[in-house]
Design a protein around this ligand. Structure first.
Ligand code: NAD
Length: 251
């Protein structure tokens, strides 16, 4: 739809959340919905999006797919105020373990995917009285962790992308922030643990590495995303740790 008029501040805000069918994205969808935001979840698995959010098929590695999904949200709701760039994929190993194609694939989803969605939504955000973008980063952006070089590089790029976008768009009234979780108990982590010889022992060790003594709950990260998106009106260019203290604390 054409962006012709200022979005009305009295109407409910509208959010798009990539990767909103599972884990942190699903928790962000729920947290935004609880705050009265109407939410469209853009995902490879739109049928798994929980109502009342609307699931829309979207592959963030495909620009045409992202543009079509954003146009569908705008048609349906008439506005877009919030973008949550959350879809991401894992990668393991050192620099010898992944070839160029895998580097391109992971960076394409984890970094360029965020650019595609924000770029497509930008004309609508510019019309919003309360525009915000929240990117899902990771503590791995700023810690050296063995056998995570590709994933860490992708999240390091998300960290830098967040700051640069915050600078670019602050005078347009668009706030840009990120959350940096430690390990979060989502299907992603459950898949990683299931591949180990002793999943319970691995889980216990992972819990122990976090000063809080446990993995984060998806809802804790979803609430932080919703806070940055809807309430943190004085905050832009911030990377909010939701990591049980693992980045900064030594016990
Ligand atoms: P998840 O696997 O539970 O959910 C990811 C969702 O993204 C799925 O619904 C999947 O279908 C969707 N998705 C994947 N590729 C997509 C694509 N190309 N286009 C559209 N949707 C796509 O994972 P999660 O743990 O909720 O992770 C979400 C985000 O949080 C990721 O960016 C991840 O890097 C980040 N993160 C996770 C953890 C953790 O411990 N779980 C920690 C730090 C950061």
């Amino acid at each position: 739809m054409a962006v012709t008029s200022e979005a009305q501040s009295s109407d409910p805000l509208v959010a798009v959340v990539s990767g909103g069918a599972s884990g942190i994205g699903a928790a962000a969808v729920a947290a935004l919905t609880a705050r009265g935001v109407r939410v469209a979840a853009l995902d490879l698995k739109p049928d798994e999006v929980a109502a009342p959010a609307v699931g829309i098929a979207c592959d963030v590695s495909d620009d045409a797919s992202v543009r079509a999904a954003v146009a569908e949200v705008a048609d349906r709701f008439g506005r877009i105020d919030i973008v949550v760039n959350n879809a991401g994929i894992a990668a393991q190993g050192d620099i010898t373990d992944n070839d160029d194609d895998e580097w391109r694939r992971v960076l394409d989803v984890n970094v360029v995917g965020m650019v595609r969605l924000a770029r497509a939504a930008l004309p609508y955000l510019r019309k919003s009285p309360a525009a915000a973008i929240v990117n899902t980063c990771s503590v791995f952006a700023s810690m050296g962790v063995r056998r995570r070089v590709l994933y860490s590089a992708s999240k390091g790029a998300v960290h830098s992308l967040t700051l640069a976008m915050a600078a670019d768009h602050v005078r347009e009234g668009i706030r840009v922030n990120a959350v940096a979780p430690g390990a979060v108990d989502t299907p992603w982590i459950q898949r990683v643990l299931a591949k180990t010889a002793d999943p319970q022992a691995e889980r216990d060790a992972l819990n122990d590495r976090h000063p809080l003594g446990r993995l984060a709950r998806p809802e804790e990260v979803g609430d932080a995303i919703a806070f940055l998106a809807t309430e943190a009106s004085g905050t832009t260019g911030t990377i909010l740790a939701v990591d049980g203290g693992i980045h900064d604390l030594r016990l």
